[in-house]
Ligand binder design. Structure first.
Ligand code: ADP
Length: 572
């Protein structure tokens, strides 16, 4: 240059890292290798924390949960070909749950594509069913605009997965430092602000919704993980408490208002959805989890008011009133509209009273079952002890990660959520194997909380090697494995089912009985506990909750406890 110095040369990998840092990306999840290893190293040098996994599937689940918990895209970095394909697990899971993720993958050399290059794949085509928006940076100059665009699109409208393809040759191209800065500045300037703007809901629609709520005899407020993502908890609390309307969270909506709130209808779910005449549904789809909003679970005359950021969602469900907008903003508007002419169902209102009575009945029925100590353990006994240990932690409460059939189903009823976004489970897709990735994301996203995973041995096994990742980064995660020796509970076949040439093989549902998962953790220097009695469980929980270091509690469950497919037996 004019001072006689050689201009610093920036290669594609470094350039991507610079763009991510400029966009305030602060964490990445992934697996390094050809051609993106130096991308990860450069990102770290620029202040981005890179959490390196064993498997892209787990890293992808982590990225998706990170997107949900922080409201900013979770970044998943993968190598070309098979790495990208493994990453599809995370990308698809993000799409199904409406969580923002950006998959960034290296890909083969552009000039060798179609000739059998190393890890060759048409990755843009491969991600297509799972990506809201995909772009290939075909030249180093296109990197900044592509990075900004995938990040913005992932959070725009209904959040979901986006894809950035980085061919090997582009990662090896270079620009000078001043060219790089200019390209980034230009791309930043032409960033489309409208992408992340939220739709403004029409005031007359708010009035219509409020008029309906006012007239309702049996109103109900339902909220889901979309409301959690929108951080609508304070708005919902004001609305619920000023109107006296009972509420029902979906599984991951649990905690937006505490499960212990006097208007919580969680323990009277069937009555609440079966009998309500107006349901305000906020950030939750009327999909299988909510029985499509149809009879026999819901009354055929129920009128839905749906609040969703996605117009397509409203068009699909055709509710009585559809409010397209951000959950927090819309609920605040509804609250304000009511406040001008307040109404409030009293505790003695027949509907409120009926729900409160049913809640009390169901809770005391469950407490009877919970009170007994079963040895060997059924599901209830250890879940009660875990519930009490979690409640004793107080605020900020731990983040609960839950997966498995019986473990998750029974756990959902027993474990109590008191704070927003403290529950991560198998979600909209019923994805098993998410546990370890979610634990890692939760620990990284919420440094003030620790993480407790309660999961079946099958769910745990999908990515059990990631316990090494917990130890390597010293994350405060306590993994409690409900070990019943298999999927649903090991070999439950009747003798007449066991025939054919492979009859001596273990059942497709079974694992090695009493597998020593706690020893797996110890192999990496974490803490392992074998737990078979209430006292052993209490002491392992006390120790691991106060240490807040990586631990696995291997809780042996009676293989005959629980049912096949949990509560979804009719589908298996
Ligand atoms: P749940 O599983 O808890 O029932 P779903 O994932 O089915 O929840 O639904 C979440 C819904 O929330 C999706 O339809 C999504 O479009 C919507 N959503 C996402 N972000 C927002 C937001 N900021 N405001 C309102 N709705 C949102």
């Amino acid at each position: 240059d004019s001072e006689g110095k050689t201009p610093t040369s920036i290669d594609g990998n470094t350039f991507v890292a610079m763009c991510l840092a400029r966009a305030d990306v602060d964490k990445m999840f992934g697996v390094v290798g050809i051609p993106v290893t130096s991308l990860a190293n450069r990102a770290v040098a620029l202040g981005i924390r890179f959490i390196a996994f064993h498997n892209e599937q787990s890293a992808g689940y982590a990225a998706s949960a990170y997107g949900y918990l922080t409201g900013r895209p979770g970044i998943l970095l993968t190598v070309s070909g098979p790495g990208c394909v493994h990453g599809l697990a995370g990308l698809s899971n993000a799409g199904a749950n409406a969580w923002p993720v950006v998959l960034i993958s290296g890909s083969c050399d552009q000039k060798d594509f179609g000739r059998g290059d190393f890890q060759e794949l048409d990755q843009i085509a491969a991600v297509e069913p799972f990506s809201k928006y995909s772009v290939k940076a075909t030249d180093i100059s296109k990197i900044p605009a592509s990075v900004f665009e995938v990040l913005d699109r992932a959070v725009s409208g209904r959040p979901g997965g986006c894809y950035l393809d980085l061919p090997t040759d582009v990662l090896h191209q270079s620009v000078t430092e001043s060219e790089a800065q200019k390209l980034i500045d230009d791309a930043e300037k032409s960033r489309n602000k409208e992408l992340i703007a939220k739709p403004i809901v029409n005031h007359s629609e708010i009035e219509k919704a409020v008029a309906l709520l006012r007239k309702a005899e049996r109103p109900l407020i339902v909220f889901g993980k979309g409301a959690a993502y929108a951080r609508a908890e304070n708005a919902l609390k004001k609305l619920v408490e000023s109107s006296g309307i009972p509420f029902l969270p979906t599984p991951m909506g649990k905690g937006l208002l505490s499960d212990t709130h006097e208007l919580a209808a969680t323990a009277a779910r069937s009555l609440a959805i079966g009998k309500c005449d107006v349901a305000l549904v906020v950030g939750a789809r009327l999909n299988w989890l909510l029985h499509f909003g149809e009879p026999p679970k819901w009354s055929k005359d129920v009128k839905f008011i749906l609040v969703d950021i996605s117009k397509e969602e409203i068009d699909l469900r055709k509710p009585y009133v559809g409010l397209v907008g951000d959950a927090k903003e819309v609920v605040e508007k509804i609250y304000k509209e009511i406040k001008d002419d307040p109404f409030c169902l009293s505790k003695s209102h027949p509907w409120v009273e009926a729900i409160a009575k049913k809640v009390k009945e169901n809770v005391s029925k469950m407490e009877v079952q919970l009170a007994k100590d079963f040895i060997p353990f059924n599901y209830m006994t250890p879940l009660r002890i875990i519930r009490d240990a979690i409640l004793a932690v107080g605020s900020p409460s731990p983040i609960l990660v839950s997966e498995g059939a019986n473990t998750m189903d029974v756990g959902r009823a027993v474990l109590v959520q008191t704070e927003p976004r403290t529950r991560l489970d198998a979600g909209t897709w019923g994805t098993m194997g998410v546990g370890l990735g979610y634990c890692i994301a939760a620990a990284v996203a919420s440094p003030d909380r620790f993480v407790v995973a309660v999961e079946g041995d099958s769910g745990f096994g999908f990515s059990a090697m990631e316990v090494e990742t917990l130890v390597r980064y010293q994350l405060p995660v306590v993994v409690i494995v409900f070990n019943n020796g298999g999927v649903y509970g090991g070999d439950r076949r009747s003798p007449e089912e066991i025939t054919g040439p492979y009859k001596d093989d273990p059942a497709p549902t079974s694992f090695v009985p009493k597998a020593a998962y706690h020893v797996l953790m110890e192999a990496f220097g974490g803490k392992g506990y074998l737990v078979q009695t209430p006292d052993e469980l209490r002491s392992a929980l006390a120790e691991s909750f106060s240490a807040r270091k990586p631990a696995v509690l291997n809780v042996i469950i009676d293989p005959f406890a629980g049912s096949e497919s949990g509560r979804l037996q009719h589908k298996n």
